[in-house]
Design a protein. Sequence first.
Length: 232
Amino acid sequence: MKKAPSVAAMVANRDHECGQWPAVWALNERDPKTDKIREQVIDIGSMVRTHLQRWKARHNNEWPTRIVLYRDGLSEGQFAMCRQEEITKIKDMLRKCATFDKVDCPPLLVVCTIKRHHTRFAPGENQTSTMLDTKNNPVHGSVFYDKVTYGEGRDFFLVSHTTLQGTTRAIHYVVLHNEIDGISLEDIANSVSGTFAPSLCVATNMSSDLSVVLHMGSIIDICRTCSTIILR
């Protein structure tokens, strides 16, 4: 829809079981000079604060021990913007809230999930049948660390689903900010891919992307439609 507002949404679990993922959303202002949609989430600090307050309300005012944030919708050219603008806002908001509550800030991990890329994986000479499914795609849970990654251990490709048709497309995970030591990013991503599966996913199969990201995308579509009606 022409001139439809840009909508940013964020979902977060409010319990240790990761069974509930309430959402917050906000309209992103267009660039006043170009009138183009901004990819930067302007109110990302306030969104994190809202989810933090929901967590504290459910856990006797206690803070989470660590925060893992998945940022969707970025291209490689926007990594610097996320580090300089969005992550800075998140850190500043956490620091202010922690100072007010007189607690230490929990360590923060920010990972970008990229779905739109041209990398595909085909069977090699040394691969066994246990590494491939019936369509010669990598089995779900396959992780690729080198050859096609940036290197230095800051990104990986993960196949978290069984491909029903055609060639599988792994999700590219890029670590933009990491303050957490000794954490298995692959295990977390693979586990969250099967958490809170929305109705649009087949019940017997995990989604290729994080299911909470799919949930967030559906919320954005609803909010964009409602926002357009309100703005009219």
